[in-house]
Structures are given as C-alpha cells and as structure tokens.
Design a protein around this ligand. Sequence first.
Ligand SMILES: NC(=O)c1ccc[n+]([C@@H]2O[C@H](COP(=O)([O-])OP(=O)(O)OC[C@H]3O[C@@H](n4cnc5c(N)ncnc54)[C@H](OP(=O)(O)O)[C@@H]3O)[C@@H](O)[C@H]2O)c1
Length: 255
Amino acid sequence: MDATHLIWQDRTLVLTGAAGGLGRACLKRWQSKPFKRLYAIVRTEASGRQLMDDLHLNSDPRIQVWVEDALHVEHGLYHINSTSPQGHLEDPFPFDEVGLLVNNAGLGEEFTHPSYSVLDMEEEQLYRHVQVNEEYPRLWIKRVLPSMAQCGFGRIVQVSSALSSLSQYVGENAVPAYRLSKMLLNGLTVLAAHEFKQPDIRINSLCPGWCQTAMGGPDAPLTSEDGARAIEQILEIPKGGWHGQLIINGHPSMF
Ligand SMILES: NC(=O)c1ccc[n+]([C@@H]2O[C@H](COP(=O)([O-])OP(=O)(O)OC[C@H]3O[C@@H](n4cnc5c(N)ncnc54)[C@H](OP(=O)(O)O)[C@@H]3O)[C@@H](O)[C@H]2O)c1
C-alpha cells in the first residue's frame, strides 16, 4: 500500500465548487479512491442534480451532494435530498468528520472583461470576489480545522492562482478584484498554517495551472483533468510535507 492510499483510506472529504470545471474533474478522478465519504458542495440545486446524473453519483452511497451559495450562506447548507434550503435540515452536516478539505469554489467575473483597470474596480465587485474567494474558504476552515487539530490529521488545499502572486506575473492580466481576493486567500493559508503546525496537518495554496473551464476559457493550454491532478498532488502531501506554501507548477513559489 503506498503512502497516498493512507491519505484517503476511511477519510471524509469536502470539495467545494464541485459542479464546476475543476471540481467535476476532481470528482471524476476521485470516485475510485478509498475514502469513507465525499461531500460535494455545489452552488445551486439544479447544478447539483445535473452533476449527480452526469457522474451517476446515486450509485455510490459514499458521495453526497450538498448545496450552499457562498454569496448567501445565510440561506443554509443543505443536502440535495432534503426538502427545503431553509430550516429543514434533516441531516446536520458532520463537520467534525472532515479530514480532507478542498476549497475549490471560486469567482472570476473579470475574466470576461480583459484589461480591466484597478482604478475601475467597483467596491461591490471586489466584495463579491472576497466573499467567494476568501470568506467562503475561511468559513470552511473554521468549520473543520478545530476537529482536524483534535485528531491530529488534516489536509486543506486552497485553490488559488498564480495571478495572486505579489512577486510574479504582476501586470500580465488585469483582473484586480480576482487577484486581490486570491491574495487574501493566500494570506489565510499562511496564517492558518502558522497557527496549526502539527506535522500531519498540511494547509497550502495551489495554482492548478491555466485550465480549460468556464473560468479558464477554451484557449487554456491545460485540461480540467490536468488541474484536478495538480489539486490531488497537493491533497496527498505526506506528513511533514509542504505547509503554508503557494504551489505553482508543482513547486513552492514566492508569494
Ligand atoms: N481554470 C483556470 O485556469 C484556473 C486557474 C487558476 C485558478 N483557478 C481556480 O480554480 C477554481 C475552480 O475554477 P474552475 O476553473 O473550475 O472554474 P469554474 O468552472 O467557473 O468553477 C468555479 C466553481 O466555483 C463555484 N462558485 C462560484 N461562485 C460561487 C458561489 N457564490 N457559491 C458557491 N460556489 C460558487 C461555481 O459554481 P457555479 O458553476 O454553480 O457558479 C463553480 O463550481 C477556482 O477557485 C479558480 O479561481 C482556475
């Protein structure tokens, strides 16, 4: 049995943004992994149902699809088979079971407006990006990290972007609200990693590469499967491995 098997064996995993390009590719890859339970979190019930049909998720009782909108967390987190988004949670979410968290959901509204200037950035647009790209990952970290710390095991992958780097790629693509929000996400990675230093708890930011998804567009050089592979590699980091890093092209990089 190789060491990566132990990362998955009997673990409970949360994947946000599960119905999007990279999320879906991750789910496809991971269906054969020996996890105990996988919670796929989607923004809308419709996309969740579509995902279930497309990947035949009903045939695997280990996988559950839950709905939560990062811009409206007050509406609740609910299992797709429960009757109502508000107040009718038959199954409370078992946050204390989670050993693996992939904060993959992300917003990049500006990619449809190239050459957008930092001076034109609207407060509301920036705030929406911060809500989805930093506040929502932070909410998930708050939900699951305390119990990870108690049992001494956890892997958290924060799906960030090379465009978040303060030292590289500056000026290459003017998407300021996206970039600022991912910088905050990286800051969160560093702060959480400094606070939680147990050797078998690893928290890292990752750029999955420029991939063909709704966000990446059709001209991207990498497929969504390539991006999913990059996410998996960081999720499977061994005990004592990289922690509090920004991984770009498979290696720790300058923030
Ligand atoms: N593709 C690339 O080249 C690339 C490069 C660097 C980093 N990334 C990062 O990779 C991650 C996945 O992106 P992707 O390429 O797979 O793009 P995508 O296909 O657009 O997927 C984004 C995912 O985030 C979800 N999401 C957006 N707003 C949300 C909200 N308010 N509440 C809950 N979920 C929300 C989307 O749900 P809906 O589909 O329902 O809106 C979708 O599942 C993102 O964090 C992105 O920043 C991507």
